[in-house]
Design a protein. Structure first.
Lengths: 443, 318, 287
């Protein structure tokens, strides 16, 4: 027993000392053997002459991991000189993971995420044309590429998009004797009618959570003919129309027309309430029909219990044309001092990814919308339900993600919404935010 | 040998025993020996806790870009920014309410529960196993479950109460941020009670039954026995539990993060969730580090007060 | 003389009965409240999504046991579980191996800096791992331990040192040193006397400490989330997040998987409960 303890103690000390030595001596410590040999990321030169490419990709849904695993196999199988390693990270954690990696000078080669301006601000990225072949580059919708334009350079390429529209439960609207609303006034009327018809149904869904509260902000200001910035790109968060729009949204909550707690109920909860027939109308992404159909199929829900729904343009105010909100995600390439061979390898990666059939498969996998015209044609042809969306996504508005202050604006508008929900004055709150953001932009 | 490889205290000890040396080297060994015994622990903590702490102090005084690159020192700009922000006072107040409420209530309830479970009764084993459940459950899961239970629209609490007939329409359990915060505190208490109960139980079990027998013979009542025998004897395990609890609860992250993420507008944020948002949502790692240093200083003051207090009373009470 | 004794005895037994009933009432209440979330989790785990969100039923209409099977194919649950066992077990061993000698030295020896060391132990706990993520990641990267189970073992062991040392020190100090001294006179070394005399007597305290570290390491979430990127090395707590995806929370799967995560810890606890009792017996001998 004594010997046993002595051995164990010695072992611990040796381990600690080895760890200690490693701390000082840099990367000298080899990865311990007992954790398997599959972690191909750490060994610096262990994998022979192959070029290593590391990718961090966002997890869009249940099928993403599997899709990338298949992709990695196909790619490595057909490219002998390249060793591709794709790490799929959930949206919950991806910012934490990526930021931690960057602070520790361990950025991936390629990143698939939504934001990019912060990385450009720190000179971390390569211009898109350095790592995308001309042939692939020509495939993207111009409007999409423009979303990644900072000071005349395109820094990232779109991987997919989604667009939003208003979904409504046909059965509830009919029973309440209401028409599909197209203006804000009509929307309130319809809400009142639904409320009168059955008070246990929520007429309208709003998500003002930390999760995606900025989307609500965008829906209302864009459909009031306003925007986050003016035409020359200056922030105009406290413009009269923005104040009017947010006050309108808050009034929907105060009038009791919405889900009970917009500050903590995320869009996922809203989607589920909509699918369960407890919510009459909600603004949501193009993936909702697939999502609801999947649920019914899994649950064997009898037809008579399924909701009958459709989508329409988001209601607007003041005679403005309805604006659909687009969300676009991107690929970007970190400037890790790549050799020419490595850049060529990365080009091959993107050529492989954006190959038309593979790309449309990627987009369809989780019910998203394509960012290339060829992909759009294939998707529209293969799925008639998607065709109208392919048109919508070509014309929708995007968040000003190319601006460096966007991250603060995003958190700021969410904070404004939540303060307003608790009785804060929208004008004052937006004035404060505007001043704060202007100060940041100035220095 | 003892100086060369601190790795083997047993061997060196034996050497010292079997081959008696001059009293000088023996004396020297006596002096060094305790440090050999604590060395593994110190090394472990130095590498995995102290180094990261140093890093946080560095960051708190540095300009850190949104993407996470350190761009030199900026004096105490991070601290002044944090202290000036209107949300900070609210968050600090929340943190204090959260810590005191959870620690005090769970200590009282946990202590009482330990007294109950220390009785001999049928099914005691089962009851004890059940009580440890909340402790055995990951906080993320526990918080998800509570969030699910109290949900107004599909929560099981409303369904259950409606089935029993206690309520006729779904109740909104979280009508205000304050109410939500109260639920979070309740969840915190729920998961902290087992820890207290167990610390007290382990203290109770080492109390010799003869003390109680003697007291009973002397005609002492239940509460007399409680205050004159039980409390003093479990005091040391209860104090340790409380001190560690203050630190753990103060630094607790998953419950609030899972249930509200600090929404709405920081009304349910504590320092830890606030700084997590600062670091990973707003990309302000410098300021986040400053918040964490501030939190550390607060805890340090509390702990110092405690240490001074107990040290003055004598080492045994620690 | 015998009469009054009888009249005194009767009310006492009634009082005792009332106390018994009250005791059972309290215990039952506590158990029901404690178990309620698990009951809700189990019911939800047996429902399908549509039923969950339409509310209205406490028990599932048709229990969907397949949810419990589905999770094994939807995520590598067995691997997650193995990783959790390795991490929690490894952390416990290392934390004890470092903690027992330190607690022993604090309880049985006098040395300079004793108070300072105790203070250091407490101070080391004042930062939550969440707060230290960036620093922790950097250390792990230097050591080549990112995305590595061994790294998590060390982190968990380190963050549990405070509890280990404080509790064990208290336990050791509560035990008289006489028997160890006697053993030393009989020719035992210090290590031998600790192993043979002190540790068996201190069993209840040691077991409590063991459970604590194991459960803490089993439940650790934030650091694992940040350090482990490869699916194969994820512990259960992080792996379960698969069901907390981008487009939806799969409550039924989340809770089904959670139940699997809870069971081992409960079993472990129940098996150790016996040791607690026997430890108690050996503790009683010392008097």
């Amino acid at each position: 027993m004594k010997k046993f303890l002595a051995t164990l103690l010695t072992l611990v000390m040796v381990l600690s000392l080895a760890a200690c030595g490693g701390d000082k001596g840099g990367e000298a410590t080899p990865p311990p053997a007992d954790t398997g040999s599959t972690d191909a990321q750490t060994p610096p030169a262990g994998s022979g002459d192959k070029i290593d490419i590391s990718v961090i990709a966002a997890e869009y849904g249940q099928n993403t991991k599997e899709w990338w695993a298949g992709f990695q196999n196909d790619f490595n199988g057909s490219h002998d000189g390249i060793n591709l390693n794709v790490e799929v990270v959930s949206w919950n954690d991806i910012y934490t993971v990526v930021n931690t990696r960057i602070s520790n000078n361990d950025a991936p080669d390629i990143l698939n995420i939504d934001v990019f301006a912060d990385y450009v601000a720190d000179d971390l990225l390569l211009p898109a044309q350095d790592y995308v072949s001309d042939e692939t580059y020509a495939k993207f919708y111009d409007a999409f590429l423009e979303q990644s334009n900072i000071d005349g350079t395109i820094w990232a390429i779109p991987d997919l998009a989604s667009a939003r529209a208003m979904y409504y439960n046909k059965g509830i609207l009919e029973a309440a004797g209401a028409e599909v609303p197209t203006t804000w006034d009509e929307l309130k009327d319809v809400c009142a009618k639904i409320k009168a018809y059955d008070s246990s149904i929520y007429p309208w869904g709003i998500d003002m959570t930390t999760d995606e509260g900025q989307a609500a902000f965008a829906y209302y200001i864009w459909n009031n003919g306003s925007d986050f910035t003016d035409a020359s790109g200056n922030w105009t968060l406290n413009s009269d129309k923005n104040v009017e729009a947010i006050e309108y949204a808050i009034s929907l909550v105060k009038d009791g027309y919405t889900n009970s707690d917009p500050a903590t109920e995320t869009r996922y909860a809203l989607q589920d309430l909509f699918g369960a027939g407890k919510l009459a109308m909600v603004i949501g992404p193009n993936s909702i029909p697939t999502y609801i159909a999947d649920n019914y199929a899994k649950a064997n829900t009898p037809e008579e219990e399924q909701i009958d729904f459709a989508f329409a343009a988001i209601p607007t105010n003041g005679g403005n044309a309805s604006v659909s909100a687009g969300v676009m995600d991107r690929f970007m390439c970190f400037d890790n001092g790549h050799s020419d061979e490595k850049l060529e390898a990365i080009k091959e990666f993107f050529d492989f990814f954006y190959e038309d059939t593979r790309y449309s498969d990627w987009v369809l996998m989780e019910g998203f919308l394509p960012a290339t015209s060829a992909g759009g044609e294939i998707v529209a042809a293969s799925d008639p339900d998607m065709a109208p969306w392919v048109d919508i996504v070509g014309s929708c508005k995007f968040y000003p993600t190319a601006k460096a202050e966007w991250a603060n604006v995003k958190q700021g508008v969410i904070n404004v919404e939540q303060q307003a929900l608790m009785g804060g004055n929208v004008q004052e709150l937006l004035d404060e935010l505007q001043a704060e953001i202007e100060a940041e932009a100035a220095g | 040998m003892s100086t060369k490889t601190p790795a083997a205290p047993p061997a060196s000890q034996e050497l010292a025993k079997k081959a008696p040396r001059s009293s000088g080297s023996k004396k020297f060994f006596r002096k060094v020996e305790p440090y050999i015994w604590i060395a593994p622990s110190i090394i472990l903590m130095a590498i995995f806790i102290v180094t990261p702490i140093v890093k946080v102090f560095q960051l708190s005084m540095s300009k850190v870009t949104r993407a996470g690159l350190v761009k030199g020192y900026n004096n105490f700009e991070n601290f002044s920014k944090v202290l000036k922000s209107p949300a900070f006072a609210l968050v600090l107040k929340n943190t204090i309410v959260w810590t005191i409420a959870v620690v005090v209530i769970s200590t009282v309830l946990g202590f009482m529960l330990a007294l109950v479970l220390n009785n001999k009764f049928r099914g005691r084993k089962v009851a004890r196993a059940i009580v440890v459940f909340p402790w055995a459950t990951t906080l993320v899961i526990q918080a998800s479950a509570w969030n699910f239970i109290i949900n107004k629209d599909y929560g099981t609490l409303n369904t259950l109460l409606m089935k029993i007939g206690l309520i006729s329409a779904p109740v909104n359990w979280t009508p205000t941020p304050g109410a939500y915060f109260a639920w979070e505190i309740a969840c915190g208490i729920f998961v902290t009670i087992p820890f207290v109960t167990f610390c007290v139980l382990s203290g109770l079990q080492s109390i010799d039954a003869s003390y109680y027998e003697a007291a009973t013979v002397d005609g002492a009542g239940y509460f007399q026995k409680l205050f004159s025998i039980t409390l003093p004897l479990v005091k040391s395990s209860l104090t340790v539990a409380t001190v560690l609890n203050i630190i753990y609860v103060f630094n607790s992250f998953p419950i609030i993060w899972t249930m509200t993420k600090g929404d709405p507008a920081n009304h349910t944020d504590t320092l830890v969730t606030y700084l997590y948002k600062l670091a990973f949502y707003n990309g302000k790692q410098g300021e986040a580090s400053a918040v964490s240093v501030i939190g550390f200083l607060i805890l340090l003051v509390c702990a110092s007060v405690y240490m001074i207090y107990t040290l003055r009373k004598g080492d045994d009470d620690l | 003389m015998s009469q009054p004794v009888n009249t005194v005895k009767k009310p006492v037994s009634i009082k005792k009965t009332i106390l018994r009933v009250l005791l059972y009432f309290v215990v039952l209440d506590v158990c029901v409240i404690t178990l309620y979330p698990y009951f809700a989790m189990l019911c939800t785990a047996l429902k399908n999504r549509v039923e969950i969100f339409s509310g209205g039923t406490v028990l599932p209409v048709v229990p969907l046991w397949s949810n419990f099977i589905d999770i094994w194919s939807r995520a590598p649950m067995a691997k997650y579980m193995l990783n959790s066992v390795l991490i929690a077990g490894g952390s416990t061993i290392i934390a004890m191996l470092c903690g027992i000698p330190a607690a022993y030295a604090l309880a049985r020896m006098k040395f300079k800096g004793q108070t300072a060391f105790l203070g250091f132990v407490i101070v080391s706990q004042m930062f939550a791992p969440v707060v230290l993520l960036i620093g922790i990641y950097q250390v792990m990267q230097r050591l080549g331990l990112t995305d590595n189970i061994l790294g998590l073992i060390f982190i968990n062991a380190a963050f549990n040192q405070a509890f280990t040392i404080w509790l064990l020190r208290g336990t050791f100090m509560g035990i008289s040193a006489e028997m160890e001294q006697a053993a030393t006179i009989d020719g035992c070394t210090r290590v031998q006397s600790m192993m043979k005399v002190l540790l068996p007597v201190a069993a209840p305290g040691i077991v409590t400490t063991l459970i604590f570290i194991f459960i803490n390491a089993w439940n650790e979430y934030t650091v694992a989330l940040c350090l482990i990127s490869t699916d194969d090395y994820k512990p259960l707590t992080v792996g379960i997040n698969t069901f907390n995806g981008y487009n939806m929370i799969e409550w039924q799967y989340l809770f089904a998987a959670s139940i699997f995560a809870i069971i081992p810890v409960v079993i472990l606890f129940m098996s150790i409960e016996k040791n607690l009792v026997s430890g108690l017996a050996s503790g009683g001998v010392k008097g």
